[in-house]
Design a protein around this ligand. Structure first.
Ligand SMILES: Nc1nc2c(c(=O)[nH]1)N[C@H]1C(S)=C(S)[C@@H](COP(=O)(O)OP(=O)(O)OC[C@H]3O[C@@H](n4cnc5c(N)ncnc54)[C@H](O)[C@@H]3O)O[C@H]1N2
Ligand code: MOO
Ligand SMILES: [Mg+2]
Length: 623
């Protein structure tokens, strides 16, 4: 068979660059495809409509004599035009196509498609994978650019194209097609945009991602890798206003109206024109009308007169100032007297649209909806709000020593607490949780749990089994299911951690492997998992940090970030002070429960003297 790389596209979604020539991990994209394709076929060809010299040199660099074929049809008519050209020129009975933007072409693509073509006596064999749609449901995804076909289908293709058809699979009705299911959907990933390209660059190469095995990383580096790797879920749902509380806005909310809708009074009192105030004596104005809130104000107030007005009442035209009634020098049945300099011109007038102007964003995408936001949205009269869908997060604990509540505690065993802290932390974050229980230290059970979690959740969180001494099979199972790095972080507590992507049955999921020690698991959650999940939710993690004096001296080694449990309070001198909650052992959950904050001692920091200022993250807002 001949393998042909489809590189003749216009690269519209990449800003019209020549996709196949884009640099990716040290070489052009098409070179990666060539490298994977060449060993699988007898001949290779490249279908390109520009930069022929560059494509020819890719072939030369790969020691290949692949020719570069230009579409017979002029004008970038799409991949089908490339296919037509390939079928006309190839000298073998079979032609296999692969796109130039899928650098992870499976090694067994040709052999598996060929096997199916023969077995089913088909004209064309096409790759399919199981993918997840926006709502996470699995569907069968056909990849028509990864297809093996007989040269004899050319007349059928010509006929379809002559009738104006240009869809890659639009002519499948005219031939016998067989589908071949590939397990690894990731291998068919294609790169459509320059952002995709950057993401792929980071994600799939352990060295470039830092999902590096046994890598020693600073806390800041690990946070950056997680932040850069994760992208927000795209699915959006409209929910009733009250249901939007704590959810993430999926788009800017543009105000459909002015709030307030009219200039109005901020006080109960008298509205008048400041031009009527006398400079050097009291001003007496006749009350020409009364304006109550909630009524349109059509009244005209003649010069030298005023309106009795209530808070929220619409300002009559031409009036610019409101005197609160308690500031009047004198009030009679039909007039008010204003003492000189008792009011500033323009005072107590609220302007139309001063709260929210029609056509302007009232709230921005990515904001987590607060009670104030609910009120604000209500003031706009909005009954529904677009929010990102909730994340589904599955978690389980690992360890033979773990028992669940209700089970007897045999000697050497402990009750599983991590699933409860995780439940609490994830629920507070607004995730839908899937508690998968405690899993034994058994390879088959672990693999099963990871696969199940992966197919049902956006993210999987495990605890235990990631340390140096841990049974290595946990790591190898995680690594087998995807692209996972095992980190040794320069921090305390929470030194060992795993992060990466796993895939099963065409579904992908982010994996966070937390250390088993209960405090380490919580700290790793707050400072690594939470920012990652929040990015996935479509928002940005923040926490409330203050500076406080350390009540006591703290021992601290430079070269690692320490998160110490603390209690912050106001000292008798009125200043904020923080003390550490005794032993900082990472198994002592009690001290986490007593704490109301964490003292963060940064990477470079050495010992802290009593009275020195330290950075404190408040639990309020974080947990
Ligand atoms: N030789 C070394 N030993 C250890 C190192 C090291 O660098 N060299 N690191 C220590 C640190 S730090 C941590 S943290 C732990 C992390 O270990 P694992 O993630 O492999 O976790 P396990 O060994 O399974 O468990 C550690 C500890 O936590 C208890 N645990 C585990 N799961 C739960 C749970 N769901 N609820 C309550 N308690 C749990 C478990 O019984 C262990 O006592 O490794 C250190 N060792
Ligand atoms: O992760 Mo370990 O302390 O650093 O408990
Ligand atoms: Mg264990």
């Amino acid at each position: 068979m001949t393998g042909m790389i489809l590189a003749g596209g216009r690269g519209t979604r990449m800003g019209r660059v020549d996709k196949g020539l884009q640099p990716f991990r040290g070489g052009p994209l098409a070179a990666h495809v060539l490298q994977r394709l060449a060993p699988q076929v007898a001949d290779v060809a490249i279908n390109a409509n520009r930069n022929h010299a560059a494509y020819a040199s890719i072939a030369v660099a790969a020691n290949s004599d692949a020719p570069v074929w230009q579409d017979d049809l002029q004008g970038f008519e799409g991949p089908l035009a490339g296919l037509q050209t390939g079928l006309r020129r190839c000298e073998t009975d079979w032609l296999l196509t692969v796109p130039c933007d899928s650098p992870f072409v499976p090694d067994d693509l040709a052999s598996r498609l060929a096997e199916a073509l023969l077995r089913d006596d088909a004209d064309l064999a096409v790759a399919v994978t199981m993918d997840a749609d926006e709502s996470g449901d699995a569907y069968r995804r056909v990849h028509p650019v990864f297809a093996l076909m007989k040269k004899s289908v050319l007349p059928k293709l010509d006929a379809y194209m002559e009738s104006g058809g240009r869809r890659m699979d639009g002519w499948y009705g005219a031939i016998k097609v067989t589908e071949v299911l590939f397990q690894d959907a990731g291998a068919f990933r294609n790169i459509n945009t320059l952002t995709d390209l950057k993401d792929m660059e980071k994600l799939s190469e352990p060295a470039a991602t830092g999902f590096d095995r046994k890598a020693s990383l600073s806390a800041a580096e690990a946070q950056r890798i997680i932040r850069d790797a994760i992208t927000p879920v795209t699915a959006v749902e409209k929910v009733a206003l009250r249901q939007a509380l704590e959810r993430v806005l999926a788009s800017d909310i543009i105000s459909p109206i002015d709030v307030p809708a009219h200039d109005n009074s901020a006080m109960d009192g008298y509205a008048f024109s400041s031009a009527d105030l006398l400079a050097d004596g009291p001003t007496t104005l006749r009350v020409a009308a009364t304006v109550l809130a909630g009524r349109p104000s059509g009244v005209h107030i003649p010069a030298g007169q005023c309106a009795r007005i209530m808070t929220g009442g619409v300002m009559p035209d031409g009036l610019d100032t409101v005197l609160p009634q308690e500031l009047a020098a004198a009030i009679s049945a039909d007039s008010v007297t204003i003492a000189p300099r008792s009011i500033t011109p323009g005072a107590n007038r609220r302007f139309k649209g001063e709260d929210l102007a029609s056509g302007k964003p009232a709230l921005h995408e990515g904001k987590i909806v607060t009670p104030a936001d609910l009120g604000l949205l209500a003031s706009l009269g909005l009954a529904e709000v677009p929010v990102r869908r909730r994340l589904r997060v599955a978690f389980f604990s690992t360890g033979d020593e773990l028992r669940s509540i209700g089970e007897t505690l045999e000697p050497g065993c402990i009750y599983d607490s991590n699933r409860y802290t995780l439940y609490g932390m994830l629920t507070r974050l607004g995730c839908d949780v899937i508690d998968m229980g405690a899993v034994r230290d058994d390879p088959a059970a672990l693999e099963e749990a990871l696969r199940t979690a992966c197919t049902s959740a956006d993210a999987v969180i495990t605890s235990g089994g990631v340390s140096a001494g841990a049974a290595d099979y946990i790591k190898s199972i995680m690594a087998e299911l995807g692209d996972v790095g095992f980190w040794n972080l320069d921090m305390r507590p929470g030194r060992p951690m795993a992060f990466g992507r796993i895939a099963s049955e065409g579904r992908q999921s982010w994996l966070f492997g937390l250390p088993g020690n209960p405090v380490a698991a919580m700290v790793a959650f707050y400072f690594f998992v939470r920012p990652g999940l929040m990015k996935m939710m479509g928002t940005t993690a923040s926490h409330f940090t203050v500076r406080a004096r350390s009540a006591v001296a703290l021992r601290k080694k430079p070269g690692r970030t320490e998160y110490q449990r603390g209690i912050i309070y106001i000292a008798p001198n009125g200043e904020r002070e923080v003390r550490i909650t005794g032993s900082q052992g990472s198994g002592i959950l009690r001290s986490m429960s007593e704490a109301n904050c964490m003292v963060i001692l940064p990477h470079e920091q050495g010992d802290v003297a009593a009275g020195e200022l330290v950075e404190v993250v408040m639990f309020e807002g974080l947990i």
